[in-house]
Design a protein around this ligand. Sequence first.
Ligand SMILES: *Cc1c(COP(=O)(O)O)cnc(C)c1O
Length: 362
Amino acid sequence: MFKKNLEKLRAYDPGPSVDRIKKKYGLKRIVKLDSNENVYGASPNVRKAITQDALLPELYPDCQNTELRYELSRRLGVKEDRFLFGAGLDEMIVLISRAFLDSDSSMIMAWPTFYEYYCHAQIEGATTKKIPCDKNGKHDWQAMLEAIDETTKVIWICNPNNPTGTYLAKSELDQFIQAVPKHVLIVIDEAYIDFVTAKDFPNGLDYLATNENVLVLRTFSKSYGLASFRIGYAIGSLPVVEEIGKVRPPFNNPRLSQVAALAALKDNCFKDACVLKNNEVLSVITAFLDKKGISYYGTQANFIYIKVAEPKQVALYCKKKGFLINPFQDGVRVTIGKMDDMKCFLQILEQAIFETSAEPSK
Ligand SMILES: *Cc1c(COP(=O)(O)O)cnc(C)c1O
């Protein structure tokens, strides 16, 4: 009855709601450190803009995102016709997969990286090559190059990478892009670029002028704190943007999402303040982990990947204490929260590691 490709997939499991968790463990408060949302909220401009906006519920939204497109174009120095908008980057990943992948093709991604790349390649019936990150949690870009063959249509570079927080430096990405054949689309997912402080971090937009096969992804969900509005965008060459545009549902960004994104964009102060606080808290976290001898990957994002022996048990322990974090294969990914919350969390994490390392693994 169903598409055969769905057999190996599971629907996204958000887990029990915050209210459920509170009730179950008798908690007064839950600190969400599991989705890399902006813990400082969104710009006050956003609230103002959406409450003042005429709602016009009966009209379809502007399918071109005209005002937002104009403002982004001006700020980023990219022509207006090079943008493509999606209901978050989640939808952009669906659209890219839809436009490029089928059962005769393959794509290359790092592992671990953002799961949605894998999921939508599966749905399209494409072959997926997962190239393990190196021992520092970085994309092994040389191995990714070696994996290219005549079936390769798309390569995903998540920079900084979710969940490891690591990044490819400019010199590395330069060499990588140079070596990838021009018929392969290189998608650079820069969901976390605003948090980056490393001086040698490459801006994906710099590759667009000379590489028609590069597509850069950005979102309002993380640094701008608009995850609930579902709005993100891709920037690429005309041929690429036009082809993907064919599979895009025309009215995929509600009017209020466009209004919210525009208001957020016009308040750089808010975003910059969040990034500053993020870095302050990060230095407290890394100082603590260093002191305790707990290993982690160096991060350029608003989350950190901490190595633990029993990720699932550590995450469960923290959940019972009111902190939601995400377990992965050999560590946990933790959103960098507010200072007070994180000081509290670090104590609990230390206990969790101590308690769970004494138990046999399950
Ligand atoms: C959060 C995230 C996205 C998706 O963000 P949207 O909310 O759908 O815009 C895409 N890529 C990465 C790497 C992410 O972490």
